[in-house]
Write a protein that binds this ligand. Structure first.
Ligand SMILES: Cc1cc2nc3c(=O)[nH]c(=O)nc-3n(C[C@H](O)[C@H](O)[C@H](O)COP(=O)(O)O)c2cc1C
Length: 430
């Protein structure tokens, strides 16, 4: 796939650059990390919108913190005195070449975070040459996103199990018709969870003007003006099913009543029959589930705990990657998300067994913090950081990154019965 984001030609991230500073270089200097973007997003958008992005399930979002701590615990042993003139971060996935092993994870309701965030991120992914996964509950419809990002678009499905998945199947057919390159079926939302921050904020669509909501909105005038111009976000993919005149509230209610992953292995086998391109299952954490998926002909296993948004007792996503990669043994690609905040996290994840990474909040905070240029900012940051981190670790390709020497003390090891037998699994060697 083509794209201007080839890591081999990207300029430096703002250090040591001569001449007048461009607006993009200034943003890179002022907002060099995930934390900078989150802080700025927090100040710029309504509090309830920030809480919606940052939050997990229970108080203090313990699984979000767990994902981060587990990622930080992964050590990669660098090798030096290596010829780095040919460092290359391009990689192939499902028959397409991407400019870096990172993409935009599916995120629903992003229109509440910044108007047209889906379109901004899709355009940035297309320009950078990386994948963009559109959510079932996107606030820009898949038909429009396909025009914006023909080379990058994937589609993520939440099951709509009513009437033997009639609507799921219609969505799959729409995704095929618009040219989505992969179908990602999310399994880790079998039931809606009580996300306590959203409950406390009374987060519903359309926004209900409670005193707290009005206060939140008044504190974020830029966000409020942008939202006013655009109107309240709508779940565009569902308009076809909820009726032509469905209001914002009708669409939200339709999503609440009809979406449940309620997806069984039989359903996955059916989806496999009708979907002709790459099929990925998202949210797996047990090697036996990954093996079952492979036996049904799935092309990708996406290891994830939904960014810590569903189940506070779940293992950190990174800690199940080695066991799943070993169980899959190269029969399907290993995709990963969970606290990917920098190029270093991408390297760590490849090094413990993944083939490709996705980031959610890193991209969405960038849009919340910067607006229109946020997607491009974050894609460029990842590309530059992956390249420089590869060089620092002494690897010149994704393939070599997957052979790095690592220390991953909390990686889960499973016994043949599928029980956790301990930690620190042997690294899968390729
Ligand atoms: C605001 C938000 C909305 C999300 N919506 C969806 C969704 O609609 N479908 C889905 O499969 N995952 C969804 N996710 C989960 C992401 O795809 C991904 O698993 C997670 O964000 C990865 O963790 P990270 O944010 O730490 O990178 C959402 C995540 C966020 C932050």
């Amino acid at each position: 796939m083509s794209g201007s984001g080839n890591g081999g030609t990207r300029p430096q991230m703002g250090w040591g650059a001569a001449g007048p500073e461009t607006p993009a270089a200034r943003r890179r200097r002022k907002l060099p990390t995930f934390n900078d973007l989150e802080q700025r997003a927090k100040w710029r958008i309504a509090r309830f919108a920030h809480d919606f992005v940052s939050g997990g399930v229970g108080d203090g979002a313990p699984n979000v913190a767990h994902n981060r701590a587990a990622m930080d615990a992964v050590r990669v042993v660098p090798r030096y005195a290596i010829d780095l003139t040919g460092v290359q971060i391009k990689t192939k996935l499902f028959g397409r070449e991407y400019s870096a092993p990172v993409g935009v994870a599916p995120m629903g309701n992003t229109g509440m975070v910044w108007p047209d965030a889906d379109a901004i991120l899709a355009a940035a992914a297309q320009a950078a040459g990386i994948p963009y996964v559109s959510s079932t509950v996107a606030t820009v419809g898949m038909e429009k996103l396909a025009q914006i990002a023909p080379d990058s678009l994937w589609f993520q499905l939440y099951g709509l199990p009513g009437d033997r998945h009639r609507l799921s199947i219609d969505m799959i057919q729409r995704a095929e018709a618009v040219g989505a390159h992969a179908l990602v079926v999310t399994l880790d939302v079998p039931m809606r969870q009580k996300r306590v921050h959203d409950v406390r904020n009374g987060l519903v669509l359309p926004f209900k003007m409670r005193p707290k909501t009005i206060f939140d909105i008044a504190r974020a005038p830029l966000w409020a003006m942008a939202m006013l111009k655009k109107g309240q976000p709508r779940f565009r993919n569902l308009e076809k099913y909820a009726g032509d005149n469905a209001s914002v509230g009708d669409l939200a209610a339709f999503a609440q009543q009809n979406i449940s992953t309620g997806v069984t292995w039989d359903d996955i086998a059916r989806f496999r029959e009708i979907w002709p391109r790459a099929l990925v299952l998202k949210g797996l954490q047990h090697p036996a589930d990954a093996e079952r998926a492979v036996s049904l002909g799935v092309d990708g296993i996406w290891v994830s705990n939904h960014g810590g948004r569903q189940f506070d007792a779940a293992p950190a996503s990174i800690d199940t990657v080695p066991a799943i990669a070993a169980a899959v043994g190269g029969r399907a690609k290993i995709l990963y998300d969970g606290s990917i905040r920098s190029g270093l996290d991408v390297l760590r994840t490849l090094a413990v067994g993944a083939d490709f990474c996705f980031a959610g909040r890193a991209f969405l905070y960038a849009v919340a913090a910067i607006g229109e240029a946020g997607g491009e900012h974050q894609a460029a940051a990842f590309i530059e950081e992956i390249r420089s981190t590869f060089g620092q670790a002494g690897v010149t390709s994704v393939d070599e990154a997957q052979r790095c020497v690592t220390f991953h003390p909390n990686a889960l090891r499973f016994d043949p019965e599928g029980n956790v037998a301990g930690t620190e699994a042997p690294r899968p060697r390729r």
